[in-house]
Design a protein around this ligand. Structure first.
Ligand code: SF4
Ligand code: SF4
Length: 301
């Protein structure tokens, strides 16, 4: 029969749809850490999937992803913010989207969706002694946001955060320059072209190298001390629907929650900290739970 022909596209589609509950069950059995890794990989592939760019490039990405990257499908929220600051128009749409995300899930997108967050998580896997700088350095996110991404662009009419951003250098600056250089096949011309790259490019390379080196010794340094988008979402940590609850009576000193955390924080000390990227890995600790956003009374259940 035609409909049960295994190569029939309709049959294949029905087969795939029928398998969704099975895959969902298998996925829900994974540890939080593995689930998060799968979601991070899927989000990174989607963010750089190129073909959806004509549709989605008008939307700000919920993560710090460079607009100039040839493969990126979204607009960079911080690049868009600087653009509106420079032309002197209030960015209602952009801030509406960012505030909505912040109010719903706080920094969850940092934990699960951001490709540069995943990149730093991978660098943190390199076995080196990890340092935990003082927490006041977290104010650096707001210096980046209000100083480098708002006040300086307003005064100079140049998007200085984007000009220096290591994410932009990694995702757009280096690939664009490399593609241009590969086209120059003569070695002598290659060296000439390379020497023509201005001081700004080399400064960006230096900042990227510094970020990469720091990420080997400090867990997610860019997210904790520099990223203005992390600063925006962090402002909602206290009020967002997605919250982590700590029952101090159940916590145990035997389990090191800080060790599980990709930003080196101890959730039991401050469950609403703006540093927390809501990765949920610490829900493995006794007494630490994801708080249900909507509580149903016993009668409703
Ligand atoms: S704080 Fe880190 S994870 Fe969040 S948007 Fe910035 S770079 Fe990405
Ligand atoms: S405190 Fe918990 S939820 Fe927050 S970033 Fe650390 S491990 Fe993830």
């Amino acid at each position: 029969m035609r409909s049960t022909d295994p190569l029939n596209p309709t049959y294949l589609l029905i087969d795939k749809i029928a398998a969704i509950p099975y895959h969902y069950t298998m996925f829900s059995k994974l540890t939080t850490r593995t689930k998060r890794l799968y979601v991070q990989i899927a989000a990174t592939i989607f963010t750089f999937s190129y073909f959806l760019a004509p549709v989605l490039k008008y939307l700000p990405c919920p993560t710090l992803t460079c607009y100039a990257c040839p493969l990126s499908v979204f607009a960079c929220p911080i690049g868009t913010l600087q653009h509106f600051v420079i032309i002197g128009i209030f960015p209602f749409f952009l801030l509406g989207i960012l505030f909505l995300i912040g109010a719903l899930v706080g920094r969850w997108a940092c934990g699960y969706l951001c490709p540069f967050g995943l990149f730093q998580d991978i660098l943190a896997k390199i076995r080196r002694k990890k340092f935990d700088p003082p927490s006041w350095l977290g104010w650096g996110r707001y210096v980046s946001l209000f100083g480098v991404a708002i006040i300086i662009p307003a005064l100079t009419h140049e998007p200085w955060f984007s000009k220096l951003c290591p994410v932009g250098t990694l995702e757009a600056g280096i690939p664009i320059v490399l593609t241009a250089l590969i086209k120059v096949k003569v070695l002598g011309r290659f060296a000439t072209e390379l020497s023509m790259l201005g001081w700004l490019f080399w400064l960006k390379i230096f900042l990227l190298a510094l970020t990469i080196a720091a990420a080997v010794y400090i867990k997610r340094p860019f997210c904790r001390y520099i990223c203005p988008l992390g600063g925006i979402f962090g402002m909602f940590s206290r009020v967002s629907l997605l919250q982590i609850k700590v029952d101090q009576y159940e916590t145990s000193e035997k389990v090191d929650c800080k060790k599980l955390c990709p930003v080196d924080m101890d959730i039991t000390k401050d469950p609403v900290s703006a540093d927390c990227i809501r990765c949920l890995q610490c829900t493995k600790c006794p007494g630490v739970k994801l708080e249900k956003p909507i509580k149903l009374s016993k009668k409703e259940i």
